[in-house]
Unconditional design. Structure first.
Ligand SMILES: Cc1cc2nc3c(=O)[nH]c(=O)nc-3n(C[C@H](O)[C@H](O)[C@H](O)COP(=O)(O)O)c2cc1C
Length: 141
């Protein structure tokens, strides 16, 4: 699933979408963020997590080895399922330099509204992934 990350040197990124557990509460979300930020700080990872209509969208970036190890942990986390990898690969510079894990939700900004009002296609996987990143970067200012 994450073979493309194994081939890179240096910085990499990983972008996915998943379905949160139907009964995931605010407390559990806070717990996910707390532990994500602690680990990411230690490992030099940065990124952004968006939560909307029961779906997670996450971009995670950083040095290859810790990135792979955290991604493997996240993929096995039972608090979400139906994980769909949107994009992964090598990165020339970080997109979320200042964020151990930026969080946003629909109250702050809606990805669906953003797509509806943008020129980005949601049909082709590449365009969809590019739109999700552009949206995440727009909320992490
Ligand atoms: C949607 C989602 C996003 C997550 N993001 C991160 C993350 O960015 N970094 C991280 O270390 N753990 C992340 N986690 C948590 C890991 O899956 C795992 O629970 C955690 O690293 C375990 O550490 P702990 O025992 O200290 O809580 C995420 C989990 C979920 C469900």
């Amino acid at each position: 699933m994450i073979n493309e990350l194994r081939d890179i040197d240096g910085l990499g990124y990983f972008l996915y979408r998943s379905s949160a557990l139907p009964d995931l509460g605010g407390g559990e979300l806070q717990q996910i963020l707390r532990s994500a930020r602690t680990h990411n700080q230690e490992l030099g990872l940065t990124g952004c997590l968006h939560y909307e209509d029961g779906m997670f969208f996450q971009w995670l970036e950083g040095p290859k080895d810790p990135l792979i190890s955290v991604v493997e942990t996240i993929l096995q986390d039972s608090r979400h399922s139906e994980i769909s990898i949107l994009d992964q690969g090598a990165l020339d510079h970080r997109r979320f330099q200042d964020w151990r894990m930026r969080f946003s939700d629909k109250d702050r900004a809606s990805l669906m509204d953003w797509f509806a009002s943008s020129e980005n296609s949601t049909f082709h996987r590449r365009d969809y992934a590019g739109g999700v990143v552009a949206f995440l970067m727009s909320v992490a200012i």
